[in-house]
Structure formats: C-alpha cells, structure tokens
Design a protein around this ligand. Sequence first.
Ligand SMILES: [Zn+2]
Ligand SMILES: [Zn+2]
Ligand SMILES: [Zn+2]
Length: 492
Amino acid sequence: MTEIPRIYDATDNPIAWIAEWAGPHEGGMTLAMKFTWANSLSAPLASRSICGKSLVNSCAQRQHSRSFLVPGWSRVARLNPLPTIGALIARRDICRYVGHFDRQLASDAHFRFCPECIRYGYQSLLFQMDALSICPIHRTALLSACRTCYAPTPRYALTADAMESPFCCPACGTPYGEKFDPRAWKCSQLHEQAEKSLLPLVRFLLKVKRAKFNWVHWQEWFGPWLGEAEEREKRIATSAALRRIVATSDLDEELFVQPARQISVSSGRGSVTLDPQALSTPTDLRPQRQIYKSIRRHMLKQLPGHVLRRQVLFPERDEVDIRNGILWLSLEKCPYLQTIWLWRLRFEQAESIVIAHPSCNRDLSLLEVARNWPWRGAGDDSVWAHFVLRGFHAAAEIVCDWWERAMALATAAERDGARTMELYVEFAKLLSPLNSPVPPSVAAVFEKQPLGKGEDWLHVVGPTNGLQKLLACCRCGSSSAGLAGNPVILPP
Ligand SMILES: [Zn+2]
Ligand SMILES: [Zn+2]
Ligand SMILES: [Zn+2]
C-alpha cells in the first residue's frame, strides 16, 4: 500500500511532510524550516515551493515583507483545492489571536525561541510578543541570540539566513537546541503541554481581539523619536496596559517583562456617540475647571521649599522662556518649576500664565483641545481628571529626561555643539505644548460595548511616577538645586 502524500508545494508537487510535525499555536518559521530540511531544499527553492516567489534578499524595513507574523504572502494566489505548505503557513497568522494589535504587541525583528521547545522543533507564534519573556511551557527564558556565539537570531521571516541552516545559528552553525534531532519533531507530549500551557495566554489575546479596542493615537504614543529599542519598549508597555484593561485571573503575570517606565491605567465612562456641542456651555465647563484647579493646588503643595509660589503661578515674562512655541528649559531653574510650567501650558493660555499681574489670572479658561481630550470630550469627569494628572507625570518625565541628558553634556569635559543641537532637536517636539497639546506618553483606549450591553468605557494610559522622579532628579530638597552659574545648555 502506498502512502498518499497529504501536502503539496506551490507547483502542486507532493512534498515530504508529516502532519504531526505541526504543533498547536506553532509559528510559520519552524514549519518552514522543517519543510526545507525534509525536502533538502536550498533557501531559494524553499521560497519557490512555499509561495511561488523568489527570496527577498535585503530587507531593512521594520516589517519584513516575508514576515511569519502575518504571512499573507504565503497564501497561494489562486484557489488551490490541494492542501499546500504555503496555505499551512498562511494560517499561522498572529492576527488570528490579537486582531489589529498584531504589530503593536509582536515583532519579526528576531526569531525568539525557548531552548527546551526548540529541541522538539517547536516554536510558538506567541513567542514573538516582546512582553513575553518566559516560555509558558517550560518556564525558561526566551532567547533571541545563539547560545554559543551570541549572534542575534535571524528575522522572523522567510530569509536565506534562516532557511539555509534550519534550526541552527547561521553564524556558527550550532543547533539552537542542544542537538538537532528531526525524530523529536512529532513529540505529541510536547504538543499537548503546549496546548495546555498556552491556553490562558490565548484566551487573554482572544479577549483583546473580541473587545475591538480603539487605541486613539497609538502611533503617536511614546513620542516622535523611536529607535528599535524604544519600539520594543512600546510593545511591552502596550501589552502591560492591555493586561490591566482586560483582567484575566488565570494569566500568570510572571511570564511577562514589565515596562521600564511604569504606566498606569485608569478607567471611566466614555461616550462614542459624540455631541459636538457637549462642552461649549459654561455649566459643563465648570467641573473641568475645578478638577484642573484642585490638581494644580495639590501639585503646588509639593513644591520644593526653594521655589516661590509666585514664580509658579505668576512668572514674569522673562522668567518663562518660550520661543517658536517651544518652552526652553534651563539647568539654572528648578525642574519642578519648569515641569509645572510645561504642564500648565498644555491647559492654559500662554498669555494668561506669563502675566505680570496676578489679578488677570482669576478667570482661568482652559484650552479647548485640552478640555475636549481625547476628542470632543468623549470621556466623563473622572477620565478627564486622570488625563490632567497623567499629563503632570508626563511633563515631569520629559523634564527629568532632558535634565539628565543636559546635565551630562554640561559636566562633560568638552562642550559638544553637535550633541547640544541633537538634544534640542530631540526634545523640541516634547517641549512644544502649543503645537502638540497632548503629551505623547498619555493615550486613550476606547472600549465600545456591543449594543444593549451597557455603557462604553474609556481607559487612560499614562506614566505614573514622574513626580517621584522629579523630586529625586534635581535634589530639590538639598540646598543647591541645579547647576547655579553654569551656562544654559540649549542653543540661542
Ligand atoms: Zn519551552
Ligand atoms: Zn552561533
Ligand atoms: Zn528644585
């Protein structure tokens, strides 16, 4: 009796494949490597067999065009009645778990594997989520570098590097697992364990997918200058925020790496049916003014002893340095003071802050864009209060970051004009409260309920320990705050 081949390549030729090689929640990368090895294909041939196209040779893009995260490219173009390896891989799509949060949680920058799982030729698509730091099956740390030569693993994509040496480091040839043993690939025991151990994570992700969140301005979140490391940090923070919004009891927090900067999530009612007139009447405005004023009072109470209240509330025109809409920071002024200015400039008219006479400030009018955050005032008072408070922490973080960098420049042996300019350019956008009224680290996540299932929610995501950092950063408690007498760092 002859065995009927069960799976085909892109040209309808039967291929060597054992169905038991594919494990639950397994990603396309290990499937492609098994296929390549079993059929003794070169990388270009493997690519032809999987998707009928040639390899993409250079790809410096953030998203690889042959990514195994969202492998739509491997779907065979025409309607093929035969089961193909391309179609098998195409089904291993991260969107099936997380919907549109695909790239917001996971990346194809590096193949991430568990040293235990990989001995069985297994790697889960979910391991590509940056926040997941431990394999839920074996509780060992996930790796993205060779254990022998420390070279980073190839991209999580159909590449020459990955397919030329399946399951081995392309740099030194050492197997990712302890040894290379294709007989272990159909280990049903491991597949059962994977199914069971990954279930809480899968359940959580499906909940996120079903909730259809609308994360307003996710692109702008974290600020304008993001390198690879910050993008990764942003995905880690996104995961942490979603875990707090979608509470699941059986998900083990220890599997995850926590964001380097603590974030908080606070929730209130949101209304997605927006009334453009909602905030235009003075009666509606009053609660917001009270909220803002009481938070401002609270922040003034923490004022370090060496800062005058007058300076905070009614600075002289030449004390606050605003040029081209940018608040120019200085190492000579207390960071707490400058934080309050930066924060206030996002809520109050610049003209009403920089005023010689206190009596002019009695009628506080809030900026429209701040009043209506995240748009057209779609959140209730508690949402708005969270926004005001997160905005303060955000301003504090910006000032502290700037302070640290500027201090390093000021105390360096040589004055470095180029680096001073870099610092200026990098912070210009963060210090332009007039051009970008919302601090980039504060975000809103809408959660619309299905019809008849109660009210909608609005979650405010933002930094939480800016104030703490601020109080530590300039040693405001000590007698000498800042670098008295040191020249101001920013270029004129
Ligand atoms: Zn594992
Ligand atoms: Zn290596
Ligand atoms: Zn101070």
